[in-house]
Design a protein around this ligand. Sequence first.
Ligand SMILES: Cc1cc2nc3c(=O)[nH]c(=O)nc-3n(C[C@H](O)[C@H](O)[C@H](O)COP(=O)(O)OP(=O)(O)OC[C@H]3O[C@@H](n4cnc5c(N)ncnc54)[C@H](O)[C@@H]3O)c2cc1C
Ligand code: SF4
Length: 534
Amino acid sequence: MDHPIVVVGSGASGIHFALTALRKGRSVLMLDVGHKGSETVRPGDTLNGLKQNLSDPAAYFLGTRYQSLVLPGNAGEYYAFPPAKEHVFRTRSEFQMQSHGFSPLHSFAAGGLAEVWTGGSYPFDDRDLTAFPFGYQELGPYYTRVAQQIGVTGTEDDMAAVFPLHGGLMEPLDLDGHSAALLAAYGKHRADLQERFHCRMGRARVAVLSRDLNGRKKCSYSGRCLWGCPNLSLYTPSVTLAECREFPNFQYCAGLYVDHFRMDGAGKVTAVVAHSADGQTREFAATSLVLAAGTLCSARIFLESMYRDTGKVAELRGVMDNRQILMPFVNLKMLGKPWNPETYQYHQVAMSVRTPETGDAVHGLITTLKTALVHPLVQTLPFDLGTAASAFRNIHGALGMININFADHPRDNNYITLDTDSTPHKLAIHYRPEDSEPQRLKRTITDFRNILRKLGCFAPSRTVHIRPMGASVHYAGTFPMTDTPGPNTCTKYGASRDVENLYYADGSTFPDLPAKNLTFTLMANATRIAEEAF
Ligand SMILES: Cc1cc2nc3c(=O)[nH]c(=O)nc-3n(C[C@H](O)[C@H](O)[C@H](O)COP(=O)(O)OP(=O)(O)OC[C@H]3O[C@@H](n4cnc5c(N)ncnc54)[C@H](O)[C@@H]3O)c2cc1C
Ligand code: SF4
């Protein structure tokens, strides 16, 4: 048997790397903290069925300690993670962070952060890939391969101008009534919206099944997406982890926190050092090590390893994240209209707006309100609870939210390093937005409010929320793929230029971050690296 490739992390990046390597006949040893959630409850029930049939629905929806309640004053965040997904953010005492200007999230779950993602799967086009050492022609086939593997719905419409039409797309899900009304309004005002705002709208691309695929069932419109899809129709990386575990050449070791790797005198990886939950230290020989622990955790492993080897603390410059704005709105034509709880819950409509002067695109995902927790919204109404709840019933079907994503680019004053004065050493993240950012955000908010007005919607300015940097959880850029060799960079195949036999297969490798959600590209790129470099 060949030496296994050691992969750290079972998230979207690591698991697609592993699947490709396994299919090529390579052996893979995956090391993962790998926290697991509980079994799905009553898989045959819809959301309302759960409310009626569970013996303690409050515990299921809000938690035994009401930990999923969003209390007033929660700085504009409109939902909390449900109790069934708590394992996704359960941490490990060895991993500590301090941040300046950045609100980071990380996950030690089997499947990683995408166990709670909303499935938005957006291919980068040639414009997005300008700073990458390859273009769409090279990456496109891997989008197709991942789409065929996980199931992505989408169609050819106006958004095809910014979302390239790769293969493997399934027909979209049935539209909910409000999303259909928004697309109809766009159809009516399309020419004006395109001319004035360079605005396009169309169906979202979402990793959810409209047809059965590889033993997974198509979406049954249960409305349970936020609480965990009982059919596995909404893709999560743990689906692919289960598939990898069917391979005899795959070994999955969960419960292990990888602290650092060791090198020989020639700067080549020789072993990986990990801690088990009971504090035991284990060492694994490694001839090829692939870091796919998520951009922040991969950075931590590299920094700790280099510090132990050289006594020096590196600074990884150029870390990026998408700034996001949440803009709730009311669709005046939908006031008093009923809403259907038995629908797909997350976004079904996507929007792209391009600023003509800079050429920069801004990407918007529109979620209409169906079955999400409504109390964070009810409490924003300026009435007592009874009146607010009754008023809310009339506007429920008219409410929606745009999540606006901005591009980010590498800048030297944004960096990650290690604070070695503390025990354990802390990952230290420093982020400062560009000085011109406030004007850019202000202008975009005005444009989006005007676009919404044209669509017959009203977005109250006081409910617009600029999320802190880090909140989008689209981290990238610490070891960018470049054609030009340099420290803390990697080749187009993810090979480190600092350490021999070390590879990156996650967002660390991105030299730039377009305004689109990055996870579909993480999966396609990890697949590409495994296919072409191993
Ligand atoms: C609420 C929410 C919604 C989102 N929606 C979208 C969306 O619609 N579209 C989109 O594109 N993206 C979305 N994202 C972002 C998406 O989830 C991430 O981009 C993606 O999960 C990153 O995958 P990754 O594999 O690179 O890293 P991670 O998901 O962070 O996985 C890291 C893996 O490494 C393991 N690990 C980490 N450190 C160690 C260590 N030291 N030792 C051992 N194992 C370790 C973890 O256990 C985990 O398995 C969303 C995120 C959130 C939180
Ligand atoms: S994707 Fe959402 S609506 Fe569809 S079956 Fe899963 S939980 Fe239900």
